[in-house]
Design a binder for this molecule. Structure first.
Ligand code: ADP
Ligand code: MG
Length: 353
């Protein structure tokens, strides 16, 4: 194993947390040179782009670990399977593509029975049916550390329609779909009720989730925005940049700005937030805009379109214009209700630690 060494030849030991997830990925992958002409885009976007005849093939993969990404005490296994598949489809839609195939790899500890795994696969099957995707393979192994699910998704798109994170330009409009922060508030609710149940010691404790169905569904059983990709095509719009919102809007805006070498302004009062999210944020005494900007797992789409597409994009139901792209020197800021500007910071989810 090769090691970095300091001046006096002692090995340098770098804490992984000092780099963060994206710093780590950059450090590990920076010395890989693409050797195949067919590799159009490697690390750094929602999916890799590979030439495949007159189409582009898109490839993305996601790893879900028990205790890090999900808690089987309150996540129904069928929902877990559904979500594990859908988050991959979301990355393919984020490239303006269509998911076609998945492989599913699982690591299973002895706590789980065949029936448990069947429930997970029922969820995966439902997702595949809903989104028109084929399960084509995978791998199965025992696991010493709980349940592991890794799904790889292959998608396709016309080569001239693929949308990367890197194409945003000064004056482009910034759009988001649906509403934000609900999945995060759903998680807060599930975690609270789970600890209340544990403290009550009553095995029959059943939390009352009436009126909170939407935020729970957003956390437990998210959908990918296939409908928006279809609407964009119908309206003849190819975004200049796009990604899905998995780590929180702030973090994703900074990804677009970095990849596109630009700045941005988004308006606080334009951030779409559902009523139930607002009620829950109040109950938890969490700042609503912070939850919407930084809460993860919404799986909505963030994209930019040229100014000339304003009228067309406004016709699509579920799309909200939240701001605009600027020249790089102007930085990334949120314009508050009183007209002030606060810098956008990536406080998104960090599942690494
Ligand atoms: P997303 O949130 O859209 O799923 P990620 O933030 O997980 O994307 O990953 C960002 C980019 O880094 C992607 O291009 C992904 O393929 C790549 N990547 C992540 N982890 C690794 C790794 N361990 N080795 C190589 N590439 C990686
Ligand atoms: Mg993504």
């Amino acid at each position: 194993m090769s090691e970095n060494t300091s001046d006096n030849n002692t090995p340098v030991e770098t804490e992984i947390s000092s780099l963060g997830e994206f710093g780590l990925i950059e450090r590990l992958t920076k010395d890989f040179r693409m050797k195949n002409a067919g590799t159009k885009l490697g690390v750094g976007d929602d999916a890799a782009i590979i030439t495949c005849g007159d189409k582009d093939m898109l490839v993305t993969t996601d790893l879900l670990l028990e205790g890090i990404h999900f808690d089987v005490r309150y996540v129904p296994l069928k929902h877990l399977g559904y979500k594990a598949a859908v988050v991959n489809f979301s990355d393919i839609y984020a490239m303006n593509g269509t998911p076609r195939q998945i492989t599913v790899s699982i690591g299973v500890s002895s706590r789980f029975t065949v029936e448990h795994l069947e429930q997970i696969y029922e969820g995966i099957r439902l997702a595949c049916e809903t989104y028109g995707v084929d399960l084509v393979g995978g791998d199965t192994s025992g696991s010493a550390s709980g349940l592991v699910i890794s799904i790889t998704c292959i998608g396709e798109a016309d080569a001239d329609k693929v949308v990367r994170r890197s194409g945003a330009h000064d004056t482009d409009l910034i759009c988001v779909t649906g509403d934000l922060g609900a999945a995060f508030m759903g998680l807060q609710l599930l975690e609270r009720e789970n600890s209340v149940a544990a403290q009550s010691g009553d095995p029959d404790f059943r939390p009352d989730f009436a009126g909170k169905e939407y935020i729970l569904q957003r956390q437990l059983r998210p959908e990918a925005r296939k409908d928006i990709i279809e609407q964009l095509a119908r309206h003849d719009i190819v975004p200049t940049s796009m990604m899905d919102i998995s780590d929180g809007l702030s973090s994703e805006l900074l990804h677009i700005c970095k990849a596109s070498d630009c700045g941005c302004r988004v308006y606080e009062d334009r951030i779409p937030i559902d009523y139930q999210t607002a009620v829950m944020a109040e109950e938890f005494n969490i700042n609503l805009v912070t939850a919407a900007m930084n809460g993860g797992e919404d799986y909505e789409l963030l994209f930019t379109v040229p100014l000339v597409d304003k009228e067309k994009v406004e016709k699509i139901e579920g799309v909200r214009l939240i701001g605009y792209i600027t020249k790089p020197g102007l930085g990334a800021y949120m314009v508050t209700r009183d007209g002030g500007e606060i810098p956008i910071k990536a406080q998104g989810w960090n599942h690494l630690f």
